[in-house]
Design a protein around this ligand. Structure first.
Ligand code: MG
Ligand code: ZN
Length: 372
């Protein structure tokens, strides 16, 4: 008798409870018509095989990838070769133009500098920042702020950071700024301009209240690997989103790179790849959580190219999978693009890597490419 009364009551209670939860989740995802903020996350060397492995490693249904409503593909080839490098790949995102492999923010045939989306938005009053797990002078971050014919010109790339009043940088490479063959100390120059400069991966004494621009150097050259315990990328991404939001009422542009996914693939190192993919999953989760509560943020996640010719082969009979590698170099396969937030729907379909730049500008309501 008691059950007969209690059971329907319990069922109604649980039904209401879950409906409320659903409603709350939906209520949080009310997007503005256009984004104010753009977070572009790049997994270097990351395409379908790497993401598939990441999903299985995390557990199906648990990975961040399955939370994106919009998926598209980009064609990653560079101006003159089907297989791109990270410099041409990142210049396509930053400038919207195909360039030659090795070129940092410059275009063929005469290596003319192209204005990047970070530079242009910074000039228009947006807050800008980058968080990476490589050095500041490495190809991917360099292509958003530097203009050099060859990616190996690391000292010149570091000097190019002085040309844009960016708001923050977290990553490695302090030595390219203060331990240089030409004896210039670029960090002193930045300090004189009001930047807070810190070394290490602690955010103690970093002006997260938005009171000053800063650079936090996590290594003198390249940061350590995720498999050896490097952990700062997800936490830094979350903190920097909140920091940049305080830096400008117009909005912000943040580039986040899981830089070492590519390095694990060049090394054909499965354990390193797993650690980097799980680290990047947590990083994308941090960006997505910010965007969910913010409502004004467009999140785009992609890779610049595939690396390793990776495949998920049968392991333990067919019970499990074992990543295999056909190469130690990049490949030409298409790369998925995940999007969330206002105007995310424009990222479905198949398009050139350069279209990501145009789609970001269009999302902001700017249909004219300002670099033209
Ligand atoms: Mg890179
Ligand atoms: Zn590579």
């Amino acid at each position: 008798m008691l059950l007969r009364i209690l059971l329907p009551a319990l069922l109604i209670f649980f039904a209401c409870h879950s409906a409320h939860k659903q409603a709350t989740q939906n209520a949080a995802v009310v997007f503005a018509e256009r984004p104010k903020n753009i977070i572009l996350l790049i997994g270097d060397g990351m395409a379908v095989p790497q993401i598939s492995a990441g999903i299985y490693w995390k557990g199906p249904g648990k990975s961040v990838w399955e939370q994106f409503p919009i998926v598209g593909f980009h064609k990653s080839h560079s101006a003159d070769e089907k297989v791109t490098d990270s410099a041409a790949g990142a210049t396509a995102f930053s400038c919207g133009q195909k360039t030659v492999n090795g070129a940092i923010g410059v275009l063929p045939p005469d290596n003319r500098p192209c204005r990047t989306i970070l530079e242009e938005l910074d000039a228009q009053g947006w807050a800008t920042g980058m968080v990476v797990t490589c050095s500041a002078t490495h190809a991917t971050p360099a292509c958003f702020i530097a203009h050099q014919d060859i990616r190996a010109f690391t000292e010149a790339i570091a000097e190019d950071y002085l040309n844009t009043p960016f708001d923050c940088f977290v990553g490695g490479g302090s030595g390219y700024f203060d331990d240089r063959p030409d004896k210039k100390n670029l960090l002193d120059t930045l300090k004189n301009r009001g930047y807070v400069i810190r070394k290490g991966d602690s955010f103690n004494r970093i002006p997260l209240d938005g009171s000053a621009p800063f650079m936090l150097f996590t290594a003198e050259r390249e940061p350590g690997t995720a498999s050896a315990g490097r952990r700062y990328l997800p936490g830094a991404t979350q903190k920097i989103c909140e920091y940049l939001k305080k830096r400008s009422n117009k909005g912000f542009f943040l580039m986040v790179e899981g830089s070492q996914i590519d390095w694990a693939l060049h090394a054909n190192d499965r354990n390193w790849l797993k650690a980097e993919m799980l680290d990047f999953d947590a990083t994308v989760t941090a960006a997505l959580n910010f965007a969910r509560t913010d409502g004004n943020t467009l999140v785009i996640v992609t890779g610049d190219h595939e690396c390793g010719g990776a495949s998920l082969n049968a392991g333990d009979g067919k019970k499990n999978f074992r990543p295999g590698f056909a190469a130690r170099m990049h490949s030409a396969s298409m790369v998925p693009v995940f999007a969330f937030g206002p105007k995310s729907e424009s990222f479905s379909g198949i398009y050139d890597n350069t279209a990501i730049y145009a789609k970001m500008w269009a999302a902001l309501g700017n249909t004219v490419n300002p670099s033209k």
